[in-house]
Design a protein around this ligand. Structure first.
Ligand code: MN
Ligand code: MN
Length: 466
């Protein structure tokens, strides 16, 4: 079985759509560099398409019926969107799931310090990163500072061309003899990921005491934070600030066939799933798109997939359509079908030795289905049923959507997990699907525009036909 490169199957009209879709995707990446920003974007896009906030509907005791479109936000970091179908919810939903958190550096709770006339913010990395990739590159700071009175201050520094950026310094090659002989995992150590934020001392004003003589660079940084954001040093305690690569998603290649950008794991699946449900006006089964946080650290916490948020939201939905009881909720979840989408390791000829060529995902060959993820003896895997895969083959073949099947690397080499197994616990049919990327978890990940286009078509077909 050989899957073909899909680029040359498109008509002129389709190519135009493909380009426009990818422009919208790049804009989503530029505006959604954190899970919070992705939720804000998703809400704005959904409201523009007539979606309403489920919380408000529940509070006002309103009813919902077929064709209604609603969304529910969980702690500003994850979101579920629904289009109510014409069939009862007990028949199950067609669910598209993806995650919107990405590997990054988080600012610690007590981060600010000065050393030798430099001011730094101490960081703690989030998710699996090669730490050495994060040095000597322009970085931006995104997130929120929540003050003691509850005021939320949004922070985004480093994206506008007039903004300053930040960086983590690296050792010059001339003096790096010892560093260069180290293992890559310790070339740059976690505690050395210090974000450089200033080097200019505060001007001493008259009448200020001895104490102020010390750490004037840090004092200058604090005075800027006070002036710009009204924040004190203590406010870092209740802040969520994320350090991410500065700058926009870019076309890659002379032929502009690829996208090089931060955070495509897993916003490439999140965006395409979202685009598909926003294009779905009605379907027999209720459509759902679930975009969650914390996948990169094990789907933990109130905003991760293991939280009850999704189940609770479905219960509220059932109540709003007048179908709620505990048994209906269980039936609805058990009868659902899901594409749990996350990026797959795209075959990279430069690193051919870690792939098994017949069972690898290739850029430009469409959506990728992983019967199982996990590692080695399929540990930690969700293993999709053959019957379900057969049904999906029918759907995608009928819709003319290109797809491939893949495993994440050679059997003994490594592996990875997704959110699939968590939803599978309800007894629903779930398969790991998604798009291949190269450079996964690096500061800039690489994807194919054709795959983005194919995914939206595939997800739309799934919502209609599964
Ligand atoms: Mn992922
Ligand atoms: Mn990941």
């Amino acid at each position: 079985m050989e899957n073909k490169n899909i680029w040359n199957k498109y008509s002129e009209e389709e190519e135009k759509e493909l380009v426009q879709l990818n422009e919208r995707y790049k804009s989503f990446l530029d505006h959604g560099k954190t899970e919070r920003e992705c939720v804000t974007e998703a809400v704005a896009m959904a409201e523009a398409r007539g979606y309403r906030d489920l919380d408000g509907i529940v509070m006002r005791g309103e009813k919902l019926s077929a064709g209604d479109k609603v969304y529910a936000v969980n702690m500003k970091k994850s979101i579920a969107l629904f289009v109510i179908g014409s069939r009862p919810l007990a028949d199950g939903m067609n669910i598209l799931g993806a995650h919107i958190d990405s590997p990054r550096l988080d600012i610690k709770q007590n981060p600010l310090f000065e050393d030798t006339d430099f001011a730094y913010l101490d960081t703690h990395y989030y998710g699996g990163i090669k730490k050495y990739q994060w040095v000597a590159s322009p970085l931006a700071l995104h997130g929120v500072v929540v003050k003691k009175d509850g005021t939320v201050v949004n922070v985004s520094i480093g994206e506008d061309e007039s903004d300053p950026v930040f960086c983590i310094t690296d050792l010059l090659i001339h003096l790096a003899g010892e560093q260069m002989s180290k293992k890559a995992s310790v070339v740059i150590e976690g505690e050395d990921l210090n974000l450089l934020v200033g080097s200019r001392p505060l001007k001493k004003t008259e009448g200020e005491g001895e104490k102020k003589e010390k750490e004037l660079v840090k004092a200058q940084v604090l005075s800027i934070l006070k002036e710009k954001y009204g924040m004190e040093e203590e406010d870092f305690l209740s802040a969520e600030l994320e350090v991410v690569p500065a700058g926009k998603a870019r076309d890659c290649g002379l032929d502009r066939s690829m996208i090089l950008a931060y955070g495509q794991d897993d916003r490439i699946c999140a965006y395409t799933s979202l685009a598909a449900i926003l294009d779905t006006e009605k379907a027999e089964k209720t459509s759902c798109c679930l975009l969650v946080d914390k996948e990169e650290i094990g789907s933990v916490g109130a905003t991760g997939m293991t939280s009850r948020f999704f189940e609770n939201t479905v219960a509220e939905l059932l109540q709003c359509v007048g179908q709620y009881c505990e048994l209906t909720l269980r039936r609805c979840l058990a009868h659902s079908r899901m594409l749990s989408s996350d990026v797959s390791a795209g075959y990279d000829p430069t690193y051919a030795s870690v792939f098994e060529k017949k069972n690898a995902a290739y850029l430009g060959r469409g959506m990728s289905f992983n019967k199982f993820t996990g590692s080695r003896g399929k540990s930690g895997s969700n293993d999709a049923n053959a019957e379900y895969i057969a049904a999906l083959r029918r759907i995608f073949d009928e819709a003319g959507v290109a797809f491939q099947t893949a495993e994440l690397g050679k059997v003994d080499v490594g592996g990875g997990g997704t959110i699939a197994y968590i939803l599978a616990e309800y007894g629903m049919e779930v398969i790991d699907s998604g798009l291949p990327v190269l450079n996964m978890h690096a500061m800039y990940e690489l994807s194919s525009k054709a795959d983005v286009y194919e995914a939206v078509r595939g997800y739309k077909a799934f919502l209609q036909k599964a």
